[in-house]
Design a protein around this ligand. Structure first.
Ligand code: KG4
Ligand code: ZN
Length: 370
């Protein structure tokens, strides 16, 4: 059977990542795609000093790290950088100069070898990442993407056929974790830190608001929750300085905040499953690493007979395996992109009715609704 090999690059934010995937040209249950390498060089330690991602630092570090990461991935896969049949890169959304590094490198490899180039929407990468380890093409399902930049409820009828049925009206779930982490003077990124503190805390100690929970919408809102944490601090310690919080109180604030996020996400996910009639839920994005969210969804889905697909933890935050997997699905359908294609820092997963359908990056993405 004929196989092809994809080398994919992810550089949309602060992770420089390269993955190499080998797959049969046609879907085959007996021969699932094989991830030959997936290397992630994280810049978190560099940005932590600044309390968040500094875009220029991100692109400079991508430029310095990418050749090393490509070499390492090729070594692990036992191939040379000119061997892959297809080169792919994230083309958006993300930081424009960071995207350009990965994009230009993938195009240069395609140009030098005369092989095709495929651009991938980062959000589609996250959306389908739970299926990398399953070796199947994505079935009809409800996708819940909870990342640093997005909170999306997506009805997936089939690969490329996406309907956005709910989203955050303000902060993304990961953004709320990071902002609350900053308020509590926890190291960046706040998500994993809050997750760790929450394990030792009482989730009912503080009654934080659950935005839009009772409203008849699949949209969510986290800005009121974030503000409520901010206003709670001076009520506990007059200085409002989180350094002065007793350790147990810090753990309780983290657990109560996390519980509010989980309550909102789970309740809307169950509502979305009911509305769409889907029997499979796939969770993705950095926040899908959260242990409380995973445990709660596992319990609720098993009670309701819903098949829950969780990504491997290494595929939750930014990685290139998800970009390689999405590129493989596009390649199977004959997609390749022009080397003239631009990156789009605001690329959407589904079409905004107010946005022109002739948008170049939307057309080139060749995904219905993007
Ligand atoms: O998907 P991702 O790498 O970023 C975007 O593409 O936007 O996700 C990063 C986000 C950060 O906001 C980080 O705080 C959050 O994922 N995150 C977590 C956990 N691990 C990472 N949030 C909650 N609990 C975690 N364990
Ligand atoms: Zn991401």
């Amino acid at each position: 059977m004929e196989h092809f090999t994809v080398l994919a690059i992810e550089s949309s934010c602060d992770e420089t990542a390269v993955a190499i995937l080998s797959a049969p040209k046609k879907p085959n249950a007996e021969a699932p795609p094989r991830l030959l390498a997936s290397v992630i060089s994280s810049q978190i330690a560099i940005h932590r000093e600044h309390g968040g991602v500094i875009p220029e630092l991100a692109s400079r570090n991508h430029s310095a790290d990418l050749p090393v990461v490509i070499r390492q991935a090729c070594r692990e896969a036992g191939i040379s950088p000119s061997d892959p049949d297809i080169f792919a890169a994230t083309s958006g959304p993300g930081l424009v100069a960071a995207l350009l590094v990965g994009n230009s490198t993938a195009k240069a490899l395609a140009l030098a070898t005369g092989k095709p180039y495929i651009s991938v929407n980062h959000l589609e990468g996250h959306l389908l990442s739970p299926f990398i380890a399953h070796g199947e093409e994505p079935p009809p399902h409800l996708g819940l993407v909870v990342s640093g930049g997005h909170t999306l409820f997506v009805d997936v009828a089939s690969f490329g056929n996406y309907t956005l049925i709910g989203r955050s009206q303000d902060d993304a779930a990961g953004e709320a974790f990071d902002k609350v982490g900053k308020m509590l003077k926890l190291p960046y990124p706040g998500g994993p830190e809050i997750d760790a503190h929450a394990k030792r805390g009482n989730p009912h100690a503080f009654n934080f608001p659950r935005g839009l929970l009772k409203q008849d919408t699949l949209d969510v809102s986290f800005s009121g929750l974030k503000t409520s944490v901010l206003y709670t601090l001076p009520k506990i310690i007059p200085s409002g300085n989180p350094d002065e919080l007793p350790p147990q109180t810090l753990d309780d604030i983290c657990a109560s905040f996390q519980q509010a996020v989980i309550d909102v996400l789970c309740s809307k996910a169950m509502k979305a499953l009911e509305q769409t009639g889907r029997d499979t839920l796939a969770l993705s994005g950095g926040v899908s690493c959260n242990s409380g969210l995973r445990a709660r969804l596992e319990r609720e889905c098993s009670e309701k007979g819903i098949r829950l697909i969780l990504p491997e933890k290494i595929h939750t935050t930014d990685n290139a395996a998800m970009i390689a997997y999405a590129a493989m699905l596009h390649a199977r359908r004959g997609k390749s992109d022009s080397l003239h294609e631009d990156v789009n820092p605001n690329l959407k997963l589904t079409q905004d009715p107010n946005r022109s359908k002739t948008d170049k990056s939307i057309d080139n993405a060749n995904i219905e609704g993007i």
